[in-house]
Design a protein around this ligand. Structure first.
Ligand SMILES: C[S@@+](CC[C@H](N)C(=O)[O-])C[C@H]1O[C@@H](n2cnc3c(N)ncnc32)[C@H](O)[C@@H]1O
Length: 364
């Protein structure tokens, strides 16, 4: 892997799962924004850490995945799709140019309908300027900020994206980097968290609480940057370190579509995901029979902090505050009903309209 490593590099298992999520999401994003009933005249897909567009085994990189999502899902006459790719490694920049030409020997759209810029520079110094140059602002932008999980993503850029119309961001973070280098990372470390030094208290925490603290701080930073809806989760390979992805959007529909993409991911490579809020850090590997234990725990926690609540509100909680889907909620509440830990107002079966509360003795 660069800085000194070879280009291209081998595709790690969690990279495959991450790419699957990007692909499934972008195959929804481009058509909704360019060809849906409220389509925009133009959109921009931007990467601050684009890589070379290809892996050692020939697997496509994220820039290729994004372009294919556009080309396969949106008629070429619909709107303008800009692509901005930044990488600070010259070898990646050169290889990305070659890879795109090889993958699309015939330009899938005209220059005017698909302007592409590949720029050598850091995300911090070149992404915003490239978006300015391409006149991307004022129309939706999807920013993929997929560093090795350690490079600073300028907070100012996140704020500007959050304030831009229908714009979204997905950031890769490697919490161990911040855990390990807490004493070496000066102001640049705080800048990643929007200038808030709270993340530094990680140094005083028990080992098992450290990663979770970093993730909580980053989630708070992204919310403070102006993204009202977040979906964050960890991708867990069977071997190796977990990778944290956090998606920020201004629209509930964005969360719903990203969550659909997450649950549809092909888990054949043995990569699972995990809700960073689950105290027991249980990994969900099985897609056909989702393990609902973490959701039952999260719902119990939610019920403990509130009075009686409608199941529909718990469904919204699941959508917006966990990795689970709303349709998982009733099944996750069942074990609580079965052990008489949950009371259903008026009795009867659990429905979306039911009002439920924890039975006091079990609210511990
Ligand atoms: C994880 S790889 C990107 C992979 C790519 N998104 C994909 O999925 O195919 C990270 C890339 O960021 C580049 N990079 C590292 N630090 C950077 C920085 N500060 N600014 C821009 N690019 C950087 C590396 O050269 C590398 O190509």
């Amino acid at each position: 892997m660069p800085v000194k490593g070879e280009v291209p590099w081998a595709c790690a298992p969690h990279t495959g799962a991450k790419h699957d999520i990007y692909q499934r999401y972008l195959e929804r994003w481009f058509p909704i924004l360019l060809a849906g009933s409220n389509a925009y005249p133009s959109v921009t897909y931007a990467e601050g850490f684009s890589g070379p567009g290809v892996y050692k085994g020939g697997e496509p990189g994220s820039p290729v995945i994004a372009m294919k999502a556009l080309v396969t899902k949106v008629p070429k006459t619909k709107g303008i799709a800009r692509f901005a790719f930044i990488d600070d490694d010259e070898r990646c920049v050169d290889m990305l140019g070659t890879t795109l030409t090889k993958t699309f020997p015939e330009r899938p759209r005209t220059d005017a309908a698909m302007p592409v810029k590949i720029v050598k520079g850091t995300c911090a110094t070149h992404l915003e300027a490239t978006l300015d140059e391409m006149r991307a602002w004022g129309q939706p932008i999807f920013a993929n900020l997929d560093s090795w999980g350690n490079a600073p993503v300028p907070y100012r850029l996140l704020r500007r994206l959050a304030g831009n119309i229908s714009s979204e961001v997905i950031v890769t973070l490697f919490p161990q980097h911040f855990v390990r280098f807490v004493s070496d990372l000066g102001e640049a470390g705080d800048a990643v968290f929007g200038g808030d030094p709270t993340w530094r208290t990680v140094a005083d925490l028990a080992p098992e609480a450290k990663s979770r603290h970093i993730l909580t701080c980053y989630r708070q930073a992204l919310r403070a940057a102006g993204f009202p809806y977040l979906l964050d989760f960890e991708l867990i390979p069977r071997k190796g370190q977990p990778l944290y992805l956090i998606f920020g959007t201004g629209h509930r529909l964005g969360v719903q579509k990203m969550k659909d993409s997450l649950w549809e991911v092909d888990r054949a490579q043995g990569v699972g995901f995990r809700d960073p809020r689950d105290e027991q850090a249980e990994t969900l590997f099985d897609i056909d029979e989702p393990q609902l234990g973490p959701l039952t725990r999260l719902l119990t926690q939610r019920l403990r902090n509130s009075g009686p609540v409608r199941v529909e509100d718990l469904r919204q909680f699941a959508l917006l505050e966990t990795v689970y889907r709303p349709e998982h909620v009733i099944r996750a509440l069942k074990p609580l009903v079965d052990r008489n830990a949950l009371s259903v107002e008026g009795g009867g079966a659990l429905r979306r309209t039911s009002i439920v509360s924890l039975v006091p003795a079990s609210a511990v």
